[in-house]
Design a protein around this ligand. Structure first.
Ligand SMILES: C=C(O[C@@H]1C=C(C(=O)O)C=C[C@H]1O)C(=O)O
Length: 250
């Protein structure tokens, strides 16, 4: 992660990385929203009864792995089974997290959330036949959401380092609920929700040269962004934080 790459890992630096990723998430969803739902891309079809989207993500992840992806703790594949090794030399980043960080993944929950809950909220019913384009855009959305959520590992590490005396007894007691309470910052969450909604409103405007051409609607409903973060992205980030912390003293 950028915030962990060079200098000191700090909560401010990790939060900064999360804020910058919001821009990418908003733009990726805007791109996907240009197409309707395109249900045939998600129905079991070709080889092995897999859907086009599953076929595409598996193949894309295999290619990514050969190029050297999935070495970093926040870079987590959706289909980790049988991924090929990298074909090129990679430079290992400094290990700032506990080695068991690589075991923490909530990608199954992200996959389910994306297809069952989120897609119907921001795409219109319909079928424009652009299935290949659609699954490429889905993969971009999924990767960004996964990266954002798994950066929770770094958030947890910083919080632990800042207050080991508070976290250690809860970790030893395996008290997930109290860990969740301790790492939750409601005021920060409120700001995140407001900011992503504002970003969707800003980035999703139809920009014209006429001065009075407002009100032509947004490319994505801004409230979908605050709902996405409120109901899924932040809770899953916190699940990652708890899962990481539970292994932190092993
Ligand atoms: C990521 C953090 O941990 C929690 C999760 C948040 C999020 O996912 O944006 C925000 C605040 C915290 O409740 C943080 O403290 O920054």
């Amino acid at each position: 992660m950028d915030a962990a790459g060079g200098g000191e890992l700090s909560l401010a630096a990790v939060r900064d990385a999360l804020v910058r990723l919001e821009d990418s998430v908003v733009f990726a969803l805007i791109e996907r929203a240009r197409h309707p739902r395109n249900a045939p891309a998600y129905a079991p079809a070709g080889g092995g009864g897999r859907s086009l989207v599953e076929f595409y993500v598996r193949e894309a992840e295999a290619l990514n792995a050969k190029a050297g992806h999935y070495q970093k703790p926040e870079d987590v594949p959706f289909f980790p089974q049988d991924l090929p090794s990298t074909l090129f030399p990679t430079k290992s980043s400094p290990q700032v997290l506990h080695p068991l960080a690589s075991l923490v993944t909530v990608n199954d929950a992200i996959w389910k959330m994306y297809f069952d809950e989120l897609l119907p909220l921001f795409t219109v019913d319909g079928d424009d036949g652009s299935y290949a384009e659609t699954v490429v855009l889905d993969f971009a959305c999924l990767q960004l959401l996964s990266r954002r959520i798994h950066i929770g590992k770094y958030v947890a590490e910083v919080k632990f380092k800042d207050a080991p005396q508070d976290y250690s007894p809860l970790i030893q007691a395996k008290d997930s609920n109290s860990l969740m309470d301790l790492l939750t910052f409601k005021a920060v969450e409120e700001k995140v929700k407001k900011r992503v909604e504002k970003k969707a409103r800003t980035f999703g405007q139809n920009v014209t040269l006429e001065d009075n051409a407002g009100g032509s609607g947004f490319k994505i409903d801004p409230t979908v962004l605050s709902k996405l973060y409120d109901q899924w992205v932040m809770p899953l980030t916190k699940d990652v934080e708890v899962e990481y912390l539970l292994r932190r003293l092993d």
